[in-house]
Design a protein around this ligand. Structure first.
Ligand SMILES: [Zn+2]
Length: 267
């Protein structure tokens, strides 16, 4: 190896080290906090009707003869319950399955659109374009996800109220097909859409048009986002980490926001 190659290699290594250090220095400087937007998975977790609910089976939890501890359990569950992702494949045959969604679509800037005051706890509320400003905050056209806050997390302890169960039907707020079309045509940088309700479509929907529009455009959905804690409407990074079910149409999700402790002036 000649001197120049060696020097180039050294600079490369130095560059990597510095870049690495800067990221960690930023993340762990005390200026950022990690906010969990995930409901726990247990026997209270809300599942889509007809879906297998989360079943946790305690198998072993005991001290061994040598005094050491050993615990191990089993669980089973449907894909679509609790905080979860809908892969594009959920409503589009050519869409990506959960295990195929690339990380650069799962670690992205997070935009929160808070419409809770407009919803005003009305389970019949459907979000149309006219409810929003003349444009959405779209992270200046760079990749991002948008999570709509309907103000529904406060009902999450009461499954009947949260889903609006009535005579076998469901009744909770959601997006209109108009808003879904608007996002996929005017905001092509948006890679996923989230909601703090059980579905991106309103509970009363029978045609699931929002699911179809978003899936066909290659977007994923995040449903049952836990927004009990307030989250800055911009400036956070989302870690969208679904269980990597290779051929999944959906999967349980750990959703975390990394947010500046003080709201930034700019992105
Ligand atoms: Zn789903």
């Amino acid at each position: 190896m000649d001197y120049l190659t060696l020097a180039a290699l050294w600079f490369l290594l130095l560059g990597c080290t510095l870049a690495d250090k800067r990221l960690n220095e930023v993340l762990f400087s005390g200026d950022y906090e990690f906010i969990d937007l995930t409901y726990p998975f247990d026997n209270q977790t809300i599942y889509w009707l007809g879906s297998e609910e989360f079943k946790f089976t305690k198998k072993t939890a005991m001290f061994q003869r040598d005094g050491s501890w050993y615990a191990s359990n089993d669980f089973t569950a449907g894909e679509h319950g609790g905080t979860h992702i809908d892969a594009p494949y959920h409503f589009a045959v050519q869409g990506l399955q959960v295990g195929q969604i690339p990380l650069n679509k799962l670690i992205v800037p997070l935009i929160i659109v808070d419409i809770a005051s407009k919803v005003n706890d009305d389970p019949n509320f459907v979000l149309y374009k006219h409810h929003l400003d003349y444009m959405l905050n779209d992270n200046l056209g760079r990749p991002c996800i948008i999570i709509f806050k309907f103000g529904w997390s406060k009902f999450s302890w009461d499954k009947k109220r949260y889903l609006g169960i009535n005579n076998g039907g469901l009744n909770f707020p959601g997006l209109s097909a108009e808003v879904a079309e608007w996002i996929v045509t005017s905001y092509k940088n948006v890679v996923g859409v989230g909601v703090d309700v059980a579905s991106v479509d309103p509970g009363s929907s029978t045609d699931f048009s929002v699911h179809k529009i978003l899936s066909r455009a290659g977007l994923y959905n995040i449903e049952n986002v836990n927004l009990e804690r307030s989250v800055p409407d911009h400036g956070c990074t989302a870690l969208v980490m679904p269980m990597k079910i290779a051929k999944g149409s959906g999967a349980p999700l750990r959703l975390v926001a990394i947010c500046p402790k003080q709201k930034p002036e700019f992105f």
